[in-house]
Design a protein around this ligand. Structure first.
Ligand code: HEC
Length: 410
């Protein structure tokens, strides 16, 4: 028998397939100049116009787009490009600044690649601008690691660095921008705030005891208690927190910056210097992350499909502004559902899990919760490569199933 979540998933896939099929109507065949170039300009070339040999392929001329046509079809049909990670069809709600093709754009690109990639007439081509990218309004402090770090492979490529924002009073963080001197290494940066002096001292000790710079850390910052501050990935260099809200950074306290380097992409000898710009605003509501997390996970080894989940019941009316999903490398998809009475609704589908692309997703319209609502997070893993059960934990062999709910104080 199908449980509710499985039913929602089936319905969801049916609707997506129907939407994509129905929008390939009997319109005139798309051409590059009239139909394809505007889509690629808006949605793709911000990342696909670089000269670097290791940069993603250029997609800014007819010839380059024709050359990549089979790969474009493959990657957009599977929603691998643009790189985003949360379904934005509206079936599981929609997200601010989503890097997402709507169904009409997607079917135009696919129809063009299947229709012989005609060039068409450049005369009269619409002039469009790339979609705007979020930017910080101002930068008041920077956390600069201060040196070029050469991670190499293994534990040295999952690092925690103790950093100091040098605050003499509490401030609300409302956005960050991460800068890497080597863009090929751009992967993922998560900021944590140790909540006690003892936890902060423990992080400093872990750093001192580890012979390399920083200390190895994979899931958490390995000190307790520590709370999540921000979850960032490279696809949007600046990340602005939900409007009118911020995360409190305490005066005279340090942070832990967890950096996951993409060494496979950058090469074994590559190094990079990382800096994190901070934007503050004193007139915002304080927000915190509420973790909805599986506590006693045990996944069977050798499975293409293994599931873990966690549930909570909402005790007071509240609002979720964003979700930061966390799994490790076996994770495949994560779904967040709200149950109100007997009726479930999907309120987040993170269907292209990539350990190197974790981030906070902000709802276009915040999610309201009533007392009595239940929230459930379901995580799907592939454990084929494992011979032993996979447990919940912090190390590279462990897994995690957690949705960090970004919630301002009422
Ligand atoms: C935010 C940056 C970004 C955006 C926007 C983006 N891409 Fe990409 N793309 C990349 C990166 C980086 C890669 C390299 C592989 C990877 O990291 O996934 C890539 C890889 C690809 C590849 C595979 C190339 C290969 O050789 O295998 C194709 C095809 C592609 N992108 C097409 C597109 C299309 C079409 C769009 C727009 C609809 C798009 N991308 C939007 C960053 C982006």
């Amino acid at each position: 028998m199908l449980d509710n979540v499985a039913r929602i998933r089936l319905a969801y896939f049916a609707v997506v397939v129907a939407a994509v099929v129905s929008s390939v109507g009997c319109k005139r065949a798309p051409t590059y100049h009239r139909d394809v170039a505007p889509i690629v300009t808006r949605r793709c070339i911000r990342c696909h116009a670089g000269d670097d040999a290791s940069a993603p392929p250029r997609l800014d001329t007819y010839e380059s787009v024709v050359g990549a046509a089979p790969k474009i079809k493959y990657t957009v049909q599977r929603r691998m490009m643009p790189p985003w990670g949360a379904d934005d069809t509206g079936i599981c709600r929609t997200w601010r600044d989503a890097l997402w093709l709507d169904n009409a754009e997607l079917s135009t690109l696919v129809a063009w690649t299947e229709g012989g990639t005609p060039e068409g007439d450049p005369v009269g081509r619409a002039h469009v601008q790339p979609d705007s990218v979020p930017e910080l309004a101002h930068v008041e402090a920077s956390l600069d690691l201060g040196f070029d770090y050469k991670p190499g492979l293994g534990p040295t490529s999952y690092r925690c660095f103790v950093v100091d924002p040098n605050l003499d009073r509490d401030r609300f963080l409302t956005g960050i921008r991460v800068r890497f001197s080597n863009p090929q290494m751009l992967a993922q940066v998560t900021l944590f705030a140790p909540q006690t002096i003892a936890a902060e001292a423990e992080a400093i000790k872990l750093d001192q005891d580890d012979p390399a710079a920083g200390y190895s850390c994979y899931g958490s910052p390995r000190v307790d208690p520590a709370t999540l501050v921000s979850s960032w990935t490279w696809s949007t260099p600046a990340q602005i927190f939900p409007a009118g809200t911020g995360i409190r950074l305490a005066a005279h306290r340090k942070l832990v910056a967890q950096v996951h380097y993409n060494v496979l992409n950058a090469g074994l000898n590559a190094s990079s210097r990382t800096a994190i710009d901070l934007q503050f605003d004193d007139n915002v509501r304080e927000a915190t992350y509420l973790p909805l997390a599986a506590r006693a996970m045990q996944l069977a080894p050798g499975k293409t499909y293994a599931e873990s989940s966690a549930e909570m019941t909402v005790t007071a009316p509240s609002t979720v502004f964003g979700v930061a999903p966390r799994m490790h490398s076996l994770g495949r998809t994560m779904q967040l559902d709200r149950f109100r009475g007997a009726s479930p609704s999907c309120v987040g589908n993170f269907d292209h899990w990539d350990f190197y692309r974790q981030r906070l997703f902000t709802y276009d319209v915040p999610l309201r919760l009533d007392a009595g609502d239940r929230l459930r997070v379901s995580c799907i893993y592939n454990t084929e490569g494992r011979a032993e059960p996979v447990l919940q934990g912090e190390s590279i062999r462990d897994e995690e199933c957690a949705a960090y709910l970004y919630m301002p104080s009422p």
